[in-house]
Every structure is written in C-alpha cells, then in structure tokens.
Design a protein around this ligand. Structure first.
Ligand code: AMP
Ligand code: ZN
Length: 472
C-alpha cells in the first residue's frame, strides 16, 4: 500500500512502526461553532482512511483532538456572555451529534486541549532549556531560526517567508516567523499557572502535547486539511522534533479543500453551510459517496447537482442490497451460480484503495459490481445462496465498512423513526436545560408526558437515554 506523504511529496510504501498497530492523529475541530461541510469532508475522508487501514487488518489507535481553548472561543464567550467552558461544552456536544449523523466511526480518544496544559508546559520547559524558546515578559515564543529543518513540510524557505510573510505582527518577537508557545494572560481571559506566569497555550503546542501523550514520540500518520500544512503542522514538527529529538510523524496526509464556486469554504468568508444543515437535507450515504467520488487530495466543489447524482447512485446500491436480501430468503445452493468471480472485484477495490486511497476508483468498482450482479438477477429467477451471500459480504466489506455509505443492519429503519428519535433528543435536552435552571416541574412534565406515549427516559451516568415501549 502506498500513501502520498506531504513531507516527501511522493507516494511511499506504508510501513507502520509497530505492525499490526497503527497510530493516527487527525487534527480536530476548534469548538466555537457548528462545523461546516468543508470540515466534514476532512473528518469523513480521515475516517475512510482509518476504516481502510482496519479493513487491511491493522489495529488503529485513532486520536482526534478537540481544541477547546483558543481566541475564537474566547471571542464567542464574550459575545454570548457565557464562559469559555460553556462555549466548548455546547459545541463539543454538537460535534458528537454531527459526526454520528455523518456515520463517522468513534475515535479511540478525543483529548481536549485544556486537559493537557501540564504536558504542554513540560514541552515548553524543555524547549526553553535547549535555548529554542524565549520568554518576553510572560509571552513565550519559539525561535524558528534554531530549527535548521524549519520549512521542510511546507517546502517554504525561511528567507522567503520572512520577506512575504503574512505572519502575526508582534513587536515582542525577535523574528516575525517565531510563534507563540505560551500567551500571557489578559484581563478576563481564562488562564493557567505556569513557570512564566499566568497564561494559556498557543494552538500548535496543544497538538504536539496531545499527540505525544496519546500516541508516543513518533506517530505513523498525522492528518488534517491543506490549510494546516503551514504554519500549524510545520510548527508542530519544529516543537516536537526539537523537544524529543526524534522524527515526529512518518506519514503526513492532507485533504484538499471543499470549495464553493472555486473558493475555499470557510467561516471567515461566510460562504459555508453547516454540516448539520447539509446532513438534514441528505442522508449520510449520499454525502459520503459524493466525497468518495473525488480523490481526497484534490479540491472539490460543493454542488447540489453532484449530490443529487450521488443520491441516485446510492439508490442503485441500496436497491441491489434489497434484492439480494430477498434472494437469500428464497434461494439455496442448487440454484444457478453466475459465472462471476467476486474476488476479482475485491482485488480491484483493494488495488484502488492501496494506491493512496483512490476512493473514486474504488467507488467505480462497486458500481461495476452492482451493474453486473443486476444483470444476473434480471435474467435468472433464483441465484445460489452462497453467491448471494458472497455478494452481500462484498458490499458489506467495501461500501459499508470502508466507505460507510450503506448500513445493511439499519437498512430497514425508516426516516420517520430517525425523525422521532431526533425529536426525543431535542425534548431531553430541553428537559436538561430546565433542570439546570431549577424548573423542576417543567422538566417532570416533559418526562411524564413522554412516558404517557410510551417513551421512557432513564437518567444515568452518561446522560439521559430513552426506550420506546412498543404498543404491539
Ligand atoms: P478547524 O476547526 O478550522 O481547525 O478545522 C478542522 C479541520 O477542517 C482542519 O483539519 C481543517 O484543515 C479542515 N478544513 C477547514 N476548512 C476546510 C475546507 N473548506 N475543506 C476541507 N477541510 C477544511
Ligand atoms: Zn492540530
């Protein structure tokens, strides 16, 4: 299997440090708002890579961080007159709701930046002791001139960067390219004690610390959107490799942007749709198929027409699943066995995915399979049970387990039932809010009235869960 490595700018054979284990870190969201469908592309493509590694038999430890302290979170907390913790809590909850809707597999760990302040301080102390970090009145900066390999990921040369740099202007820095490791506390902002006084960490050190703590000194794979190559990932390398004196990451994977009319979708440009908006309009399979139909490294334009086309494609796959499930009930092994070798499709699918996760080709193989099996089904009344079973397994292993576009187990659940579950979740969150505001009678009324219609709420350690008592 080969992976395109941003660091070497070529496809390289994938050799994990400690097979069959693979460590993978994917830069997660800054939780100050609902994330947009551009972020969703990155989260979903990263999920597909993780799923394919698991398909290959690797045991993947997949870590995705939550950036829960940052300028944008502080700004939001001031705007909404709530604490930064409340901002983070609200959007972490929304993040989990959204990725569930997107059929993203739960990560091994979701570390939060604020729970790793001590680990960050330890790295900064190391860098200071090595003379790579300097303290200017409680602000600590990384001196990029001390890291000879600075620029190796982004391919940028320090001199070039200095002349045309769009870097943060700050009189306290010795060099405009130096970046913050520790930011001195400002009035009213959250802060932590440190050897340099009260303050908070810079963004880049957060990922270096969480990566080190949860995945070790050298990680197999580190992933994120293209915009993170510079400065975020370049700075993570500089910090980690100086502190640990070991290679930080072996394979760097970066995702192309989701654009809208050729422009990067982003919060700051205001040209975005939230993932929750889009996922309430289209089922997860449609969006994941739309993303899978273009290669993860290239740009992709958000396009309603292409999404509708993906919807039609998905319908073809689901129709075949439906037909195969019907066949398996009525057939046996005396029935006709088509002259089709399912292993050939499997190999073609694997060859595509082994070539730097070429999902467009992998999807094309699934559609070839659907076309060829449909032909057999339309010209034969009954097909051998083993063949039907193998066909179902092929779709299960590829379209379901790797691409995550279908769900054979959940297939019979109607959209109405999903809507009912969403409505109950809304009511339970209103009840939680009512309890927090001591409106107990109101909260009890919600519980009792749901109970009357057979929806039983159960409060437990992990929040409130519900059971629906079937009438028949
Ligand atoms: P953020 O919350 O801004 O740190 O972004 C979370 C992840 O989404 C990062 O890996 C970003 O690189 C990625 N991302 C941001 N905008 C886009 C976009 N338009 N298309 C694809 N990925 C994006
Ligand atoms: Zn990061």
């Amino acid at each position: 299997m080969v992976i395109y490595n941003t660091l070497t700018k070529k496809k390289e054979e994938f050799q994990p440090i400690n097979p069959p284990n693979v460590t993978m870190y994917s830069c997660g969201p800054t939780v100050y708002d609902y994330f947009h469908i551009g972020n969703a592309r990155t989260f979903i493509m990263s999920d597909i890579i993780r799923r394919y590694l698991e398909y290959k038999g690797y045991k993947v430890t997949y870590v995705q961080n939550l950036t829960d302290i940052d300028d944008k979170i502080i700004k939001k907390s001031i705007e909404e007159k709530i604490s930064t913790e409340q901002v983070a809590e609200k959007y972490i909850k929304a993040f989990f709701e959204d990725i569930k809707k997107m059929n993203v597999k739960v990560a091994t760990k979701y570390p939060k930046a604020t729970e790793h302040i001590q680990e960050m301080i330890e790295i900064i102390k190391k860098l200071e002791a090595k003379g790579v970090a300097y303290n200017k009145d409680g602000n600590v900066f990384y001196d990029v001139s001390k890291f000879p390999e600075y620029g190796k990921l982004s391919g940028k040369v320090i001199d070039e960067l200095e002349s045309g740099a769009r870097v943060e202007v700050n009189d306290e820095k010795n060099n405009p390219l130096d970046f913050s490791l520790w930011k001195k506390a400002k009035e009213g902002e959250p802060s932590w004690d440190s050897p340099w006084g009260k303050g908070r960490p810079g963004w880049h050190i957060e990922c270096s610390a969480m990566n080190l703590k949860h995945l070790g000194v050298t990680t197999d794979i580190h992933a994120g959107g293209n915009d993170l190559i510079f400065p975020h990932h370049e700075n993570e390398i500089a910090q980690s490799e100086m502190a640990n004196e070991k290679t930080f990451v072996n394979y760097w994977i970066h995702f192309g942007f989701l654009n809208i009319r050729k422009e990067k979708m982003s919060k700051s440009l205001g040209n975005f749709f939230t993932a929750r908006e889009v996922f309430s309009k289209y089922p997860f399979g449609v969006i994941r198929l739309f993303f899978s139909q273009s290669h993860y490294r290239g740009p992709l334009d958000y396009d309603d027409e292409l999404l509708s086309a993906a919807g039609k494609g998905l319908e073809k796959i689901n129709n075949l699943v439906y037909e195969l499930k019907k066949q398996i009930e009525k057939s046996d092994d005396n029935c006709y066995s088509p002259n089709i070798n399912i292993d050939d499709y499997k190999k073609t699918f694997e060859n595509a995915m082994d070539d730097d996760f070429n999902t467009p080709q992998a999807v094309a193989t699934i559609f070839d399979f659907v076309r060829d099996i449909n032909k057999e089904l339309s010209s034969n009344n009954k097909i051998s049970k083993t063949f039907v079973g193998d066909s179902i397994n092929f779709l299960k292993n590829t379209a379901q387990h790797v691409l995550g576009i279908i769900d054979l187990e959940k297939e019979d659940k109607s959209e109405d039932i999903e809507l009912v579950e969403d409505l109950i979740n809304i009511l339970t969150s209103i009840r939680k809010k009512a309890k927090a505001e001591k409106l107990y009678a109101f909260a009890d009324d919600i519980r009792d009235r749901l109970n009357e219609i057979g929806v039983i709420l159960q409060d437990g350690k992990n929040g409130t869960e519900f059971k629906i008592k079937r009438k028949s």
